[in-house]
Design a binder for this molecule. Structure first.
Ligand SMILES: [Ca+2]
Ligand SMILES: [Ca+2]
Ligand SMILES: [Ca+2]
Length: 349
């Protein structure tokens, strides 16, 4: 645990440098050159890909230049068009491509983790993770044909690659590798939830949960309702420190947002033991321990680093927390059973 949670050196400069290296490593992983062949070779088994003769290009679909007024009008239309989805799913997804079949309403949903099929049946919302990485797959915003057809989810789109914007970690741009694809997934495969805990198998496999156990970490709470489904929460000094450094959403109650997650890349046991106020997932630091989805998809928007000890005072520590556009260094003093945090550095882009 010592290695996984604590920095070995106590030079602040070295500490900062290590952290930047970590961020750069994660970006390098994204920069791996994938071509069409490789994407197809590594595609999930349940995915079928059909080449379309007539199609809407990535360029047309994604970067059609609109004036601000048109954009505003579009957003207003969006609000009314997807009102029932926004109501039922709170604001956990951006929706498109709505479809009604008998008394079931479907829409395609996107969030920080990736792509989902959202369904409302008898007033009850459910979402099914597609497991298709936005690093490789682009799904068109506009699609003339219905997304549900003959027992399949059918989505038009393109193969893409991520282009990192230099100097702006977290700001991704995309370019198309090949347009005119129809991505097909059998609804039975997509909806399959072997342990019946509310998360489909594809989601659990993509993020390292157990698709055959309702309670992956064995803490007595089902994965779907467990805010920290991968690890048992424990109340100790250092888990408290990590809790204090989590992104703060104020009084907003996100507990019932079962499809909203903060994802952290960390192997630190104390970090894993947090008791958060919203759903969290962890990704292993070791690339070899990641799932195929995690290997190619950058879903972590926030991070908290390792703990650095002060050589002269065993109650003083240093720790860094970062988001997509800022990074903050803290000194943390443990005094009378409480942490006192003080900002000692950082940057904002
Ligand atoms: Ca499940
Ligand atoms: Ca499960
Ligand atoms: Ca659990």
């Amino acid at each position: 645990m010592e290695d996984r949670c604590f920095e070995s050196s106590d030079s602040v400069i070295k500490y900062l440098k290590n952290d930047e290296d970590l961020i750069i490593d994660n970006h390098d992983m994204q920069m791996q050159k994938y071509d069409v062949k490789q994407i197809i070779a590594e595609k999930p088994d349940y995915l079928q890909i059909v080449n379309l003769k007539k199609f809407r290009s990535f360029k047309k679909d994604s970067i059609e230049a609109d004036s601000e007024e048109i954009m505003e009008k579009k957003w207003k239309e969006y609000d009314s068009e997807f009102k029932i989805f926004n109501d039922k799913f709170s604001k956990q997804f951006t929706f498109s491509n709505q479809q009604k079949i008998d008394n079931i309403q479907y829409a395609f949903g996107r969030n920080q983790l990736g792509f989902w099929l959202c369904k409302i049946e008898n007033e009850k919302p459910s979402a099914y993770f597609l497991g298709l990485s936005f690093s490789h797959y682009y799904i068109n915003d506009v699609q003339e044909k219905p997304i549900i057809n003959n027992g399949f989810l059918e989505l038009e789109g393109s193969f893409v690659k991520v282009v990192k914007v230099p100097g702006l970690p977290g700001y991704d741009d995309y370019s198309a590798i090949e347009d005119g694809k129809l991505f097909k997934i059998k609804l039975d495969d997509l909806i399959k939830d072997s342990d019946n805990d509310g998360y489909n198998d594809i989601f659990e496999n993509s993020f390292g949960l157990n698709p055959h156990n309702k309670d992956s970490d064995g803490d007595g709470t089902d994965d779907f309702n467990d805010l920290n489904p991968m690890f048992k929460s424990e109340n100790n000094k250092f888990s408290q420190l990590y809790e204090m450094l989590l992104p703060d959403y104020g009084d907003e109650n996100l507990r019932d947002n079962n499809y909203f997650f903060q994802v952290f890349i960390s192997d630190c046991d104390y970090f894993h033991q947090i008791k958060p106020e919203y759903h969290v997932l962890f990704i292993p630091e070791d690339l070899k321990l990641r799932t195929q989805y995690q290997e190619i998809t950058d879903v972590s928007l926030h991070g908290v680093g390792k703990i650095k000890k002060n050589k002269n005072n065993s109650n003083i520590f240093y720790i860094k927390e970062w988001g997509t556009s800022s990074s903050t260094d803290y000194s943390a003093e443990y005094k009378n059973g409480k942490w006192i945090l003080e900002i000692v550095g950082g940057y904002v882009i």
